[in-house]
Each structure stands twice: as C-alpha cells, then as structure tokens.
Design a protein around this ligand. Structure first.
Ligand code: ZN
Length: 325
C-alpha cells in the first residue's frame, strides 16, 4: 500500500486560452471517498429497511387498536343492552311483587273473614307483623312505576318478597287451622236439622198449646204439622242414624232419627216408611211418604225436634230448602 502514502496530482484544463490548474491530493483520500460513499449507501439502505418495517408495524398496531376499539364498543353496547334488559326485569319484578303483595293482603283479609265465619276467636288469629294492607301506597288505579334507582328498586323488591315469604309461612298453618275449623263447622251443620222435611210449606198447626182436634180440649202440640198430599216425599232433616221405624197407634207409621249431640227428629203419620232401624241417612235423603196413618184427621206430616229428650219448637230448625241431589 505504498501508493496510499503517495500524493496524486489532478490536472484541470478549463479552456484553451486559460492556464492549467493542478490539484494535488493524498493517495489515502482516493480510497476513503468511495469507502465513505459505500458506507453511506449501506446506512441509507438499513435505515429504509428499518423504517419501512416500523411503518408496517405501526400500521398493524393502528389496525389492531381500531379492531379492539370496535370490539370494546360492541361489548359496551352488549353490556348496555344487558343492563337495560335487567332494569326492565327488575321493574317488572317489582310490579309483580307489588301485585302479589296486594293479593296476599286480600288473602289475609279473606282468611280473617273465614275465621270469623268459622267462629275462631280473634286472639287465636295470628296477624303477620310484616306487610300490612296499607303499606306501599296501594290503590285501585294502575299508575306507572315511579322512576327510581334500580338498585334501590331491587332492594325494595327483595324486601317485599322476603316479607311475603314470611307472611306465607305464617299464613299456611293459620289457613290449615281455619280449614279444620270450617270442616268442623260443616260437620256440625251436617248433623243439625236445618231443612224442611217435606216439599210443602203449608203449616197447618204450630208447636205449643192448642185445642186438641179430637177432644177439643187444650193440649200441648209436641210438633209442627205440614199439610200435603198422600205420597209426598219426606226427607231426613240432618245426617244421622235411624233409631225407630214402626207403625203404632197413635203415631201411625213413624220414624226417629238420632243426629248425635242429643238431637233427634221424629216423623209421624207416614203413608210409607222407606228406612229401617240402623240405617245411616244423610241430610235430604228420602225416608218415607207423607200420609194419614195413626191419630190423624187428614194427610199431613207431624214433625218433631227433640233436644236432650225435650220436645222443642221445630220452627227455628226450618232454615233452608233441601238441596237437589
Ligand atoms: Zn201434629
């Protein structure tokens, strides 16, 4: 590399009538300049490659960002829709809870009335300490729900539902007791003479002191006479057991039914007896036919009600018509 330490001279001839110019440069420069140019070119190439790489990465990132942005927007929209649906659910649930609560109050009120009918003492009635009829501004009109924060609406609804749940818990045994009482009431009603023993409503003689139709002397009439036609149906006045069914004088064909609780009914002067001793009868069952047997002036039913062995006025026991079967 001896030539690198040498100097080189360049001759420049600008024009024919101008003087020649000489430039002397070291040999090293001759090598350095191309080397520098090549280095610059490499640098430029590297820079371009890197920059274009970065640019595409940046583009990718931007693209991904826009994708996730739209994804988030979509998710946000879904969430918003879900929240709106939940809000609607809570509102509907609240309305439903209020409706059920109102019905519960009605049922509670109805139960109190039933207890009253069944004759259960007020002290026995347990009233729920939770929800009352007045609570929550109930009314006859259907008004739109007040706008309120849904979390408080949900909390209120939850509270209402929980109150109703405990109310139901309390109501169940209470209702069962009422049912029992009503059934007992019904059983008592079944064995109490309440219906007219014949279709006729024609009372020909009442209970009590009257002039005897045969002797014309004052005597106690032990029953109530119902006028009718021979063969008219005669019905059991209550559930019971037939304890007498025979024909004797002066009663003629007659039947006694024992209803329990020391109550008996007796049917006299029948044309026919249709039940025998020991038969179990239900209120309204056909037991015989109206007639004129025994000591009787014409076809009629002599009806007696006997309580504790004593004849009583049957009139208060003629409360209702026989139910058609
Ligand atoms: Zn009579």
């Amino acid at each position: 590399m001896k030539w690198m330490s040498k100097r080189f001279t360049f001759v420049v001839i600008p024009d024919a009538n101008q003087s020649v110019q000489r430039y002397s440069v070291p040999g090293l420069i001759i090598v350095l300049i191309p080397a520098l140019i090549i280095l610059l070119a490499i640098c430029a190439a590297l820079f371009i490659t890197l920059f274009s790489g970065k640019a595409s990465t940046l583009k990718d990132v931007k693209h991904q960002l826009s994708l996730s942005e739209s994804g988030y927007e979509e998710q946000l929209k879904e969430r918003e829709d879900l929240i709106a649906a939940l809000e609607a659910d809570v509102t509907a649930l609240s309305a439903q809870a209020k409706h059920v609560e109102s019905r519960m109050s009605e049922i509670t009120e109805l139960e109190l009335q039933l207890k009253e009918i069944a004759g259960i003492q007020e002290s026995e009635v347990r009233i729920s300490s939770g929800v009352t009829i007045e609570e929550g501004g109930q009314g006859g009109e259907e008004l739109p729900l007040p706008v309120q924060a849904n979390d408080s609406l949900a909390a209120e609804t939850l509270q209402e539902l929980s109150a109703m749940s405990s109310q139901m818990d309390e109501l169940k045994p209470s209702l069962e007791a009422t049912k029992e009482a009503l059934l007992k009431h019904q059983r008592i009603l079944d064995i109490t003479p309440t219906i007219w023993p014949a279709d006729s409503r024609k009372i020909t003689s009442t209970f009590g002191v009257r002039r005897d139709p045969f002797t014309r002397r004052a005597a106690v009439h032990s029953g109530l006479d119902l006028g009718g036609d021979r063969g008219d149906p005669i019905y059991a006045a209550a559930d019971g057991v037939v304890t007498l069914s025979e024909r004797t004088y002066p009663y003629g064909n007659n039947i006694i039914i024992n209803h329990g609780r020391s109550i008996e009914t007796r049917y006299l002067h029948l044309n026919k007896r249709l039940v025998e001793v020991g038969a179990t009868v239900k209120k309204g069952d056909l037991i015989g036919e109206l007639g004129n047997t025994g000591r009787s002036t014409g076809p009629h039913l002599h009806y007696e009600v006997i309580v504790g062995g004593e004849h009583v006025d049957p009139m208060p026991y003629l409360k209702e018509d026989r139910e058609e079967k």
